[in-house]
Design a protein around this ligand. Structure first.
Ligand code: NAD
Length: 266
């Protein structure tokens, strides 16, 4: 099997479930050693590390709340201690706390912004510091690669989810601004904007046939996405195959951002 990430070290935040698990698995299958970050429950992350090692890969679980700078530092220290450095960082952790605009509490606004946006800022900042500390390695044309997990809601407004949509809109501009700043050092920063991917975060949208049928009206390609769809995109963005891709959001959404409501003459 082709191993485009052989010899590289990856860290995936929020990797104990959903898209993070799919990305960590795909990166490991592509030859990377993978640090699997979890927030509060170690067990699923440890099980994933065991599954990767059982297939002949290399992985370990590392806890951290991505909204806490000291815990981010400790997580990177643990990865560097274990593997020497990190080459690929996927800032994936995220959550939703949904409410009608007038009912949304400041606490739920802050929790979503701190996890989704500030968490990615802290993760990316610490990643670039580590890339700069260790300098070029002969495993990649880039000094390092960062992938920010965004959402189609970086461009699609979403009533009832103002905190989440604001966090993802913020991720888009944060990603592009960091990319502009660090590209001269050959750090590539890009984003992935998933559409509807079958994970625990959006179970409410697909767990009955009726809800699934309604969801599918938003997806021209006619199927819900799977975490493997995002995993494959992450491998490409992390590999030298995408070496000239800098500061771009890759939409992996089955066409959700194509305004399907206009397909039948609007
Ligand atoms: P998920 O709920 O399965 O995964 C989210 C992960 O983030 C969990 O592992 C959780 O433990 C972790 N997390 C939450 N708060 C954290 C914190 N403070 N510190 C560290 N980790 C924390 O959902 P998912 O669908 O896999 O979501 C992953 C990412 O993909 C999120 O950023 C989400 O916004 C994005 N996304 C998902 C979809 C989708 O359809 N599933 C669509 C667009 C974007």
């Amino acid at each position: 099997m082709h191993k485009p990430l052989a010899g590289q070290i990856a860290l995936v935040t929020g990797a104990s479930s959903g898209i993070g698990t799919g990305v960590a698995t795909a990166l490991a299958d592509a030859g990377a050693y993978v640090a699997i970050n979890y927030h509060s429950h170690a067990e699923p992350a440890e099980q994933l590390a065991a599954a990767i090692t059982a297939k002949g890969g290399e992985a370990f679980a590392v806890g951290a709340d991505v909204s806490d700078e000291a815990q981010i530092d400790a997580m990177f220290d643990a990865v560097v201690k274990r593997y020497g450095t990190v080459d690929i960082v996927v800032a994936n952790s995220g959550l939703q706390k949904d409410a009608k605009f007038t009912a949304l509490t400041l606490a739920d606004w802050n929790t979503v912004i701190e996890t989704n946006l500030t968490g990615q800022f802290l993760t990316a900042q610490r990643a670039v510091r580590e890339f700069e500390r260790r300098g070029m390695r002969d495993v990649s044309k880039a000094l390092g690669k960062i992938i920010c997990m965004s959402s189609v809601h970086e461009v699609i407004p979403w009533a009832g989810h103002v905190n989440y949509a604001a966090s993802k809109g913020g991720i888009q501009m944060m990603m592009k601004t960091i990319a502009q700043e660090v590209a001269p050092q050959r750090v590539r920063v890009n984003g992935i904007a998933p559409g509807a991917i079958r994970t625990p975060i959006n179970k409410d949208a697909w767990d009955t046939q009726e809800k699934l049928d309604k969801l599918l009206t938003l997806i021209p390609y006619g199927r819900v996405g799977e975490v493997e769809d995002i995993g494959r995109a992450a491998v490409w963005l992390a590999s030298d195959e995408s070496d000239y891709v800098v500061g771009t959001t890759l939409f992996v959404d089955g066409g959700m951002t194509l305004y399907p409501g206009f397909a039948d003459n609007g």
